[in-house]
Ligand binder design. Structure first.
Ligand SMILES: Nc1ncnc2c1ncn2[C@@H]1O[C@H](COP(=O)(O)OP(=O)(O)OP(=O)(O)O)[C@@H](O)[C@H]1O
Ligand SMILES: [Mg+2]
Length: 372
């Protein structure tokens, strides 16, 4: 990492502690790039730039950029079209490359912890410590028990460098590299506030990745990545109907949109059923993680679940989770307490992709100077 001004901080309270100017939030997802820029307008956080650029299939595979040219083209097009002058960006490293663990350690001073953390990480992380960037945050000190809870994050250097490198090639300057799950948490925090008690889950369901972040009394208690998402639905439609990926994608979103409106049917009859079946499987995987958390934490229930990501648009996903957890499920609204400047932002485009911006808004909340 020598000479690289990338700071893969996690800063759970980053948004509150942030100082300086907002970075441009750039979420390079496997299906599309999302770019958001915020500005404080009369004391209110306001979205002043939003852009969306779809990426061709196989551009990013297992978190690796396979088609650099496509990503560069997307970044250049977005920054040019949106006339974004600022080049300092916050990027996310996807869950494919990250391990997050909550560990309990004996109470120690910050200096001692700093010295100890690599050794601890070595015990906890199944990678060579040389290959990962370690970050951590003390979640809670429990002096009565002489213990403290620490959030340990290990991100593969390879993938951090990959992501930062693509951005640099697009003449951007990566200042912060964050972790998907925590960007969603920051978006949630500024819009809803973190609940002081009870347990909630934030679930971001994208194209190839689903991140689960369970917060207990406002503190991350459990984080898990599931390598699965909406692509699985598209691929199943493609396979079963023997059609191209693009057609299958159109049918999938067509089936979902049609469910919401009374438009004329152009989608083959099998499609809604395939969508339901694959969603059932995906929800099952999510539920196993939630059940695992409940079984191991001793907590009785999750009181509310907020879902985001493009695949959260499919009503069956939320419904299946709600049916089986009995917890109310709602779409996370990234603009509950963030204004949108409709003179600068295309409102229709934003509405179409509303569910997909949780990560890029979380990134756009980061600033160029932050108190750790
Ligand atoms: N209206 C919709 N109905 C159904 N599926 C949708 C809809 N809108 C988006 N999707 C699906 O959501 C996925 C994209 O979501 P998102 O933008 O959150 O993923 P990503 O960030 O590109 O990918 P990842 O984070 O998994 O790498 C795709 O699978 C897409 O088909
Ligand atoms: Mg994503």
């Amino acid at each position: 990492m020598a000479g690289i001004s990338v700071n893969p901080t996690v800063l759970i309270q980053g948004t509150r502690m942030a100082e300086g100017n907002y970075l441009v939030g750039v979420d390079i997802g496997s299906s599309s790039i999302k770019v958001c820029q915020l500005k404080d307008v009369r004391g209110k956080r306001t979205l002043v730039r939003f852009g969306y650029h779809p990426l061709p299939p196989q551009t990013i595979v297992d978190g690796h950029v396979m088609n650099t040219a496509a990503v560069l083209e997307g970044l250049n097009a977005l920054f040019t079209q949106l006339k974004i002058k600022r080049r300092e960006v916050a990027l996310a490293v996807s869950g494919h490359a990250v391990i997050i663990k909550r560990i309990t350690l004996p109470l120690m001073s910050p200096a001692e912890l700093d010295e100890q953390i690599d050794w601890e990480a070595e015990q906890q992380i199944p990678y060579d410590i040389k290959d990962v960037q370690i970050d951590y945050e003390v979640l809670r000190s429990r002096s009565e028990q002489g213990q403290m809870d620490v959030l340990l994050v290990a991100a593969k250097k390879d993938e951090i460098n990959d992501t930062a490198q693509v951005a640099r090639e697009a003449k951007l300057k990566p200042v912060v590299i964050d972790v998907d799950a925590f960007t969603v948490q920051n978006t949630f925090e500024v819009n809803y506030g973190l609940p002081k008690e009870g347990t909630i889950a934030l679930i971001n369901i994208g194209a190839t990745l689903t991140t689960i972040n369970i917060l207990s009394a406002g503190i991350p208690a459990f984080t898990r990545n599931i390598i699965n998402g909406g692509n699985a639905i598209t691929e199943e439609i493609q396979k079963r109907l023997g059609i191209s990926y693009e057609e299958a994608e159109t049918y999938k979103t067509g089936a979902v949109m049609q469910g919401a409106s009374t438009g004329r049917s152009v989608v083959p009859n099998e499609v809604p059923q395939i969508v339901r079946q694959v969603c059932e499987g995906l929800s099952g995987e999510i539920l196993r993680s939630l059940d695992f958390y409940l079984a191991t934490s001793g907590e009785r229930e999750i009181s509310r679940i907020y879902i985001s990501g493009g695949t959260a648009n499919i009503p069956e996903v939320g419904a299946a989770i709600e049916r089986r957890t009995k917890a109310p499920v709602e779409l996370l609204d990234p603009f509950r307490d963030i204004a949108v400047d409709l003179k600068e932002v295309n409102g229709d485009l934003l509405n179409l992709h509303r569910a997909q911006v949780a990560v890029s808004i979380g990134l756009a909340l980061r600033k160029d100077r932050e108190k750790a």
